[in-house]
Design a protein around this ligand. Structure first.
Ligand code: HAM
Length: 432
């Protein structure tokens, strides 16, 4: 690869690509605002400890980190959540709760580039702080659904696969696994679809004293559960009061989604565990129904992160949607924006009318009307051709004869109709 090429996993955005990206971002922004979320942003370069301490091993292996000129260990951000936790934590005592914030920002992960996964990508993050109920969990799931529905996607196209780390943890504890081994078992479960069963059993055996086979069979069974009744049925055999209460909370989350009329979008699916270390409660990922692509979105509850970073205790729940898998899906479905230059007026002039015409261009631009013109004066037919290539709505033609009487012609480019307008009233007529 030539050194002049962009790095693998990084994208260039030509105007069409940029228009598509903006189309995605505008939909993100619009949906977040309809849910009452406020926009924030954070630094793109962060101290490496922010992630090594809290995000978990998978992310650490993917960091784009280096030493800066002052000898500090820094990294391009791989995700938003720790920076956001720091920001909210810093003002935890003054911010009005619940805090509902969103951002649209670029992330960097040193992953093997493949379909749906790059080394630089954008994420829409939305998080709620200061409410620990399953109603906040439900609000995050509902926002995830609405973000995708706003593009025209339906329950036939995607679903939310909902799981729960607390129930997984209670299950693991029933095997006498030490507390510090629990994250390892969760990691094994997370990767279990991509690993050989014998290898998984071997790893589990080491952690739970020879009961690896039994645990493996049970975790396969848990992964087949898709209804709250079956969750109750399965967990009946584990004696622990916390289980009943936790299942009730999960049921409450699902009931809330039902109240909002969006149950068709949600599936209970315990094969979702999530790779990030900070989740403490329910977790989810959003996938295309066909199961073809990588996850479109992922998130969950992370009640301890802010405290672990040294700030006040503040419950938190949130998720992120990436632009890559989503962009691929929208393109496959042909949910494309119509890309055009979006020029409203194209000013056509001759060398005699140049000053008069271009002064009017300034006045139109001052009124925030998208206005273009041919940089160098040429004949009218060439300029009109440029106006039509630019998709201009109107050509404002400054002919010499009309100009002498203080007039100009406004040509509607789609109908071809022309009206003569006093130059002094041009801006007023166009604004109307
Ligand atoms: P995540 O699951 O790592 O979660 O990422 C969320 C989404 O970002 C993924 O579902 C995927 O669409 C996209 N994504 C991740 N890595 C890549 C990549 N290499 N290339 C393209 N897209 C990618 C988080 O990042 C959490 N911080 C989300 C969260 C917010 N949890 C609570 N609040």
């Amino acid at each position: 690869m030539s050194t002049l090429q962009p790095l693998a996993g990084f994208r260039e955005f030509y105007p069409d690509d940029c228009a598509f990206r903006n189309f995605i971002f505008e939909h993100f922004r619009q949906t977040a605002r309809t849910f009452g979320f406020e926009e924030y942003d954070a630094p793109v370069l962060e101290p490496v400890e922010l992630f090594t301490a809290k995000s978990g091993e998978e992310i650490i292996l993917q960091l784009f980190n280096f030493e800066d000129k002052g000898g500090r260990q820094v990294t391009m951000r791989p995700e938003m959540t720790p920076s956001l936790a720091r920001m909210v934590g810093t003002r935890a005592n003054t911010l009005k709760r619940p805090i509902k914030w969103f951002s649209i920002s670029e992330m960097f992960r040193y992953e093997r580039p493949q379909k749906g996964r790059l080394r630089s990508f954008y994420q829409f993050n939305a998080d709620i702080f200061g409410n620990e109920s399953s109603y906040a969990d439900a609000e995050i799931v509902l926002l995830g659904i609405h973000v995708l529905r706003n593009f025209g996607l339906t329950a036939h196209d995607f679903h939310v696969r909902l799981s729960d780390r607390q129930l997984w943890t209670l299950f693991i504890r029933s095997y006498n696994v030490g507390e510090n081994e629990i994250p390892n078992v969760l990691g094994i479960i997370d990767k279990s679809e991509r690993e050989e069963p014998l290898k998984i059993i071997e790893s589990l055996d080491k952690i739970c004293g020879g009961e690896g086979r039994k645990m493996f069979d049970e975790l396969l069974e848990i992964k087949t559960i898709h209804s709250i009744n079956d969750v109750r049925e399965f967990f009946k055999k584990i004696e622990n009061d916390a289980i009943g209460q936790r299942i009730d909370e999960l049921a409450q989350l699902l009931a809330r989604v039902e109240i909002f009329g969006l149950s068709d979008f949600v599936t209970i699916d315990f094969s979702i565990v999530r790779g990030l270390a900070y989740y403490t409660g329910f977790v989810f990922e959003i996938f295309e129904r066909s199961g073809q692509s990588r996850a479109l979105a992922g998130g969950g509850r992370y009640d301890n992160l802010i405290k672990k970073l040294g700030y006040p205790d503040l419950p938190a729940v949130g998720f992120a949607v990436g632009d890559v898998a989503l962009g691929n899906l929208l393109k496959e479905k042909n949910f494309h924006p119509r890309v055009s230059k979006n020029i409203h007026c194209f000013v056509v002039y001759s060398s005699q009318t140049e000053t008069l015409a271009l002064r009017q261009a300034t006045m139109l631009r001052e009124q925030k009307i998208n206005t273009d013109y041919c940089l160098e004066s040429t004949n009218f037919s060439k300029q009109l051709k440029m106006a039509s290539q630019a998709n201009a709505k109107y050509a404002i033609i400054f002919g010499e004869d009309e100009a002498k009487t203080g007039h100009t012609r406004v040509k509607d480019m789609s109908s071809g109709n022309e009206v003569v307008v006093e130059i002094d009233r041009l801006v007023e007529v166009i604004v109307k």
